[in-house]
Design a protein around this ligand. Structure first.
Ligand SMILES: *Cc1c(COP(=O)(O)O)cnc(C)c1O
Length: 362
C-alpha cells in the first residue's frame, strides 16, 4: 500500500548534502583537506571560553544572543540590532529561504554556487534557478538577465566556494542596484576573513535595503565543529528571521566561544597570513606540475585537471596515500579537485603526491 503520508513538495528533490570525508579505510596518518577547515583550529581565547562554558549546563542559554551580537558589532563596526546569530551560517541561509521564498518563487544561485542554497530553496518549496558563471566567476549580468517577477532571493558567495574566485564591489553594486524590487541579495561571506581589508559586503547592507550578508565561525575562526554563524541585514528583515528562529538555537558554549573568538582578531590575522603564504606556494607548485588553478581568495585551491578521468584518478591516488581532498563534480566541475590549504606539512604532502601521480602518467 502506498502511504498517503507525504512530505511537502520539493523535499524529495533534495540531494542530501555530503560533507567532506575524514577517513580512508586502512590509512592511519590521514590528511583531511576536504572541508576548508583552519589547520590552526580556534585561537587560545576561544579554546579557553569553550572549556569554561561547560560549568552551567543545566542553565538555558541566552535567547537574544545580545553579548555575542554586541561583540560582533563592536569588532566589525556594525549595528548589533541588525545582527542575527545561528547554528552556522547554514541556519541563516535556511531562515532566509523559509521567510522569503515559497511555492512559485524563484531562488537564484550560480552555476558553481554552494550546494546549500539549492537545498534550502527546495526545502521551502521554492524553485532554484541556476545561472551560468563566466569561467568560474560569478556573472552579475547573467544573474540580472535571469531575474523575473518571481525572483525572491539571489545567493552569491564572495569569495565563492568551490571556485575561490571573487567579484569586485562594482559588480556587487551593479547587481544589487539592478535586482527587481521584490528580490533580496544575499552575500555569503563565509571566506571574507581571508581577504585582507574586505568587509564581506557589510557596506552594501548599510547603503541599501535589499542586501543581507551572512558570515561564519566555521572557516577562518576554526570553529566548524561548534556550528556558529551570523547574518547582517536591514532591521525589518532581521526581525522577520527572528520570528522564525528557535529561541534557544545556540547553546551557551556556542555563544561564549564565538564571543571570545570574534574579539581575538590576532588569531584571524595569523590565520589569514599563514593561509596566504601556503596558498601561494601550493598553487604555484601545482601549476608547475601542470595543474593550474584560478587565483583563490579563500582557504582552498580549485585544482584543474585535463578532464574528469584525470581528476578522479588523482583523487584515487591521493586517497591511497591517505590524503582526502574534495571532488566537485556535483558543482559542475568534474575535472577539478578542491584542495584546502592545510598546514605546511599537509600542503607539502599533497603537492608531493600530485607530483607522483603526474610522473606515473607521463
Ligand atoms: C562553509 C561555507 C558556509 C558556512 O557554513 P556554516 O554553516 O557556517 O558552517 C557558508 N557558505 C559557504 C559558501 C561555505 O563554503
Amino acid at each position: 500500500m502506498t502511504s498517503q503520508i507525504k512530505p511537502q513538495p520539493g523535499i524529495l528533490e533534495i540531494t542530501p548534502y555530503k560533507g567532506g570525508d575524514s577517513q580512508v579505510a586502512g590509512a592511519s596518518d590521514v590528511v583531511k583537506l576536504s572541508s576548508n577547515e583552519n589547520p590552526l583550529g580556534p585561537g587560545e581565547k576561544a579554546r579557553e571560553a569553550f572549556a569554561k562554558s561547560g560549568h552551567e549546563l543545566h542553565r538555558y542559554p541566552s535567547s537574544d544572543h545580545k553579548s555575542l551580537r554586541q561583540a560582533i558589532a563592536e569588532v566589525h563596526g556594525l549595528d548589533s540590532e541588525r545582527i542575527i546569530c545561528g547554528a552556522g551560517s547554514d541556519e541563516i541561509i535556511g531562515l532566509l529561504c523559509q521567510a522569503y521564498a515559497g511555492p512559485g518563487d524563484e531562488v537564484i544561485h550560480t552555476e558553481h554556487g554552494f550546494a546549500m542554497y539549492r537545498i534550502y530553496a527546495l526545502g521551502a518549496g521554492a524553485t532554484p534557478v541556476q545561472v551560468p558563471e563566466r569561467e568560474r566567476v560569478v556573472d552579475a549580468d547573467a544573474i540580472l538577465k535571469a531575474c523575473t517577477e518571481k525572483t525572491r532571493l539571489v545567493f552569491v558567495a564572495n569569495p565563492a566556494n568551490p571556485t575561490g574566485t571573487m567579484i569586485g564591489n562594482n559588480e556587487v553594486s551593479r547587481l544589487a542596484a539592478g535586482l527587481p524590487e521584490q528580490a533580496l541579495l544575499v552575500l555569503d561571506g563565509a571566506y571574507a576573513e581571508y581577504v585582507e581589508g574586505f568587509d564581506g559586503g557589510a557596506s552594501f547592507v548599510e547603503s541599501r535595503d535589499n542586501v543581507v550578508m551572512t558570515r561564519t565561525f566555521s572557516k577562518a575562526y576554526g570553529l566548524g565543529g561548534l556550528r556558529i554563524g551570523w547574518g547582517y541585514g536591514p532591521l525589518e528583515i532581521i526581525q522577520v528571521l527572528n520570528r522564525l528562529r528557535g529561541p534557544f538555537n545556540l547553546s551557551q558554549a556556542q555563544l561564549q566561544t564565538a564571543q571570545a573568538a570574534v574579539r581575538d582578531q590576532s588569531h584571524i590575522a595569523r590565520s589569514r597570513a599563514e593561509n596566504g603564504r601556503l596558498r601561494a606556494w601550493m598553487s604555484e607548485a601545482l601549476a608547475e606540475l601542470g595543474v593550474p588553478s584560478d587565483v583563490s581568495r579563500a582557504n582552498f585551491v580549485l585544482a584543474r585537471f585535463a578532464n574528469r578521468e584525470e581528476a578522479e584518478g588523482c583523487d584515487d591516488f591521493l586517497r591511497s596515500q591517505g590524503i582526502i581532498v574534495r571532488r566537485v563534480a556535483g558543482y559542475g566541475l568534474p575535472h577539478c579537485l578542491r584542495i584546502t590549504v592545510g598546514d605546511e606539512a599537509s600542503c607539502r604532502r599533497v603537492v608531493h603526491a600530485v607530483a607522483q601521480f603526474r610522473e606515473n602518467r607521463v
